[in-house]
Structures are given as structure tokens and as C-alpha cells.
Design a protein around this ligand. Structure first.
Ligand code: HEM
Length: 329
């Protein structure tokens, strides 16, 4: 067996993670001193208006960073020439609260026009969502640029289904230089927010084509889920991802130990031995969870495409360019 291809792969992943941009804490301390304050302030107001919205915004970091790096490609609306990521399989009828990012961007453009990237807004807002819901707070590295394009196809190919099992997820995360511990800790983001019945119908009624429910679901919880999501019912009805969906805590892991995980991709982390040990650890030691979560978010936030970028004025569209620049690119 040759070691070389593995090493080469690791090198490529590391290069992509390091990227050509040097991200650093306090990137806007001179060009836009109130930037981080403004992001948190808008997030706080959004949470008061609608508590779930901050969880929905936190999810953007995962769906942005895994698809060609953290470059706000996720936020681009479709154009006649480009199918964006918003309507990709994992995102359509599911990602929400884009208007909160618009609000943050508007406030930042007023304070310091053309300075703060939408990609950095996602990273700051995700951190703020966690801090505002009772989780840990941390210093983020900033200085990202916004992409000039988006790819629905790449999102379709990369983002995992709620049916995924732990061994699939371990392999997927490994491709992004994220360890088994990172995977379990980052899944702990499901400590906040909700999911649709659509995402669990198969595990309630036909797990792996068996015509039966997932045996890993605790019977009392299954009864609850059956009532929430009856066969033939409205699959847009939502249920909480853990028992305390407005609090960022380790309840999610306690629920997994009790067979009360909402998604198959959650419960599978307790079923598989490789991931189970971390679920157990985080279920009794919240501090360990918080430490590992921060580490995972920072690593995921470092993913870069290495492609050219810009500071968008509006997170939903690329900046317009003079015709000569368009002809050059
Ligand atoms: C490990 C693989 C993951 C899978 C398979 C997965 C899948 C899902 C699914 C299916 C939903 C509900 C979608 C719906 O029913 O409309 C969801 C919600 C959510 N996900 Fe994940 N996820 C994963 C990892 C992550 C990560 C790494 C983060 C962030 C760091 C994250 C943050 C969230 C949040 C906060 C919600 C709730 C959003 C809301 O209430 O609007 N997820 N995820």
C-alpha cells in the first residue's frame, strides 16, 4: 500500500484549510471598530423577535463552509446564469432567516461601507448565536472575502442527508480535516433549533427500507414523534432538535444517550462505537463539549476555496463590475 496518495491528500486539505487569506482576530479593529458589536446587537434583536432565528443563522456556517470554503456563496440568490445554493437539496424549504444576515449587512454598510465581508458576518453571527443562547463565547478569526459565484451542484454533492450514518459522516468530515471528535462536537449545534417531519419520516416508518421504525428510538419518544409526524401528515411541521431547543447546552447529548435524538444523523452518533465515546463524554461534561465545539467551529471556519473574492455590498448578489473587468475574468 502506498502512503503517498494519503499524504498528498492531507497536504491538499491542509493547504485548502490554511488558504491564501491570512485570517486573524481583530481584523476589523482599525477599519471598522464597531463591527463585532453591531453583529451581536442585530443578532440579539433577532433572537428577541424570534428565538429560533439565531439557530437558523448558526446553521449557515456549516452549509457555507463545507461548500467551497467559508465565502458566503450560500447567500447568493439565483440569477439567470447561476443556480445558487439556496435551492440545493439540503437547503430548499429548510434554510431560513436570511433576512437577519441582510439586517446585519445593512447596519455594517451604514457604519463602515464596503469593509466587512458577508463571509465574516456568517462566522461572527454563528459565534453570537451560541453565546446568546447560553453557550460559550470565543474569539473568531476574520478577513474572509465573498465569492463571485455559487454552486448548487457542489452543495448537492457535499451536504449530508439526515439519513446519514456515523461512518459516512466520519468520512465526510475527515475530508475537511475534521476529526471524529470534531464531528460529534459540531453535531452538538443541534442543541438549538428545529427540524421538519420531512427529515425523519423514513426513520419513523421505513428505516433502511425495513417498513419499520429505527429501533434506536426510545419507545416513549417514538410515540411522541409519531403523533407529531403521522404518515400522510404535513411534513413541514417542525419538532425541537433536543429537549431544550432555545438553550445551547449538552442536553442534546443526554437525549442521544436516552435514545431521544431527533434526526437519524444524530442518534447514529450514539449507535456507533467510534462516536459513542464522545457522545457519552459530552453528555456528562458540558465543559468538554464547549471546548471541543469551539475548536471545531474555528477549524470549520478556516476552510477556504483559495479563489478570488470581494466584499459584497449586498450579501445576496455579487457586486456589479465595469465591462472591461468582466471581459478580463
Ligand atoms: C453532521 C452532519 C449534519 C447533518 C446530517 C445535519 C442535518 C440537519 C437537518 C436535516 C436539519 C433540519 C432540516 C430540516 O428539517 O429542515 C438540521 C438543522 C440544524 N442544523 Fe444540522 N446537520 C449536521 C451538522 C450541523 C452542523 C455542523 C451545524 C452547525 C455547526 C448544524 C446546525 C444546525 C442547526 C442550528 C439546525 C437548526 C436550524 C433551525 O432551527 O432553523 N448542523 N441539520
Amino acid at each position: 500500500m502506498s502512503v503517498f496518495p494519503g499524504l498528498l491528500f492531507l497536504l491538499l486539505v491542509t493547504m485548502a484549510a490554511a488558504g491564501p487569506l491570512r485570517l486573524r482576530p481583530g481584523f476589523y479593529s482599525e477599519t471598522c471598530p464597531p463591527a463585532e458589536f453591531i453583529v451581536r446587537d442585530v443578532m440579539r434583536k433577532a433572537m428577541i423577535r424570534e428565538p429560533r432565528s439565531v439557530a437558523s443563522v448558526m446553521r449557515f456556517q456549516f452549509h457555507d463552509c463545507f461548500v467551497n470554503g467559508c465565502d458566503a456563496s450560500l447567500l447568493l440568490d439565483d440569477t439567470p446564469n447561476m443556480l445558487g445554493e439556496k435551492l440545493a437539496l439540503s437547503n430548499i424549504n429548510s434554510l431560513r432567516s436570511f433576512e437577519v444576515v441582510d439586517e446585519v449587512k445593512e447596519a455594517l454598510e451604514k457604519a463602515c461601507p464596503g469593509i466587512v465581508s458577508c463571509a465574516d458576518i456568517i462566522i461572527m453571527a454563528a459565534r453570537d448565536a451560541v453565546a446568546l443562547t447560553g453557550g460559550p463565547d470565543w474569539v473568531v478569526r476574520l478577513g474572509r472575502k465573498d465569492s463571485l459565484t455559487a454552486s448548487q451542484e457542489d452543495s448537492n454533492n457535499i451536504m449530508p442527508s439526515p439519513r446519514a450514518n456515523a461512518s459516512f459522516l466520519i468520512d465526510l468530515f475527515w475530508q475537511f480535516n475534521l476529526s471524529v471528535k470534531d464531528l460529534v462536537a459540531l453535531s452538538g449545534s443541534h442543541s438549538v433549533g428545529k427540524a421538519r417531519c420531512f427529515s425523519i419520516m423514513f426513520r419513523l416508518y421505513n428505516q433502511s427500507g425495513s417498513g419499520k421504525p429505527d429501533p434506536a428510538i426510545e419507545p416513549g419518544f417514538r410515540e411522541k414523534l409519531d403523533k407529531l409526524c403521522p404518515l400522510g401528515g404535513d411534513e413541514n411541521v417542525t419538532g425541537a432538535l433536543d429537549a431544550t431547543p432555545r438553550l445551547f447546552d449538552n442536553q442534546y447529548f443526554k437525549d442521544l444517550v436516552a435514545g431521544r435524538g431527533f434526526l437519524n444523523s444524530d442518534q447514529t452518533l450514539f449507535t456507533f462505537p467510534q462516536t459513542r465515546k464522545y457522545v457519552k463524554l459530552f453528555s456528562y461534561d458540558q465543559n468538554e463539549f464547549f471546548k471541543a465545539f469551539i475548536k471545531g467551529m474555528l477549524k470549520m471556519g478556516d476552510l477556504q476555496s483559495g479563489k478570488p473574492g470581494e466584499i459584497r455590498t449586498n450579501c445576496r448578489v455579487v457586486n456589479s463590475r465595469p465591462v472591461d473587468v468582466l471581459l478580463e475574468s
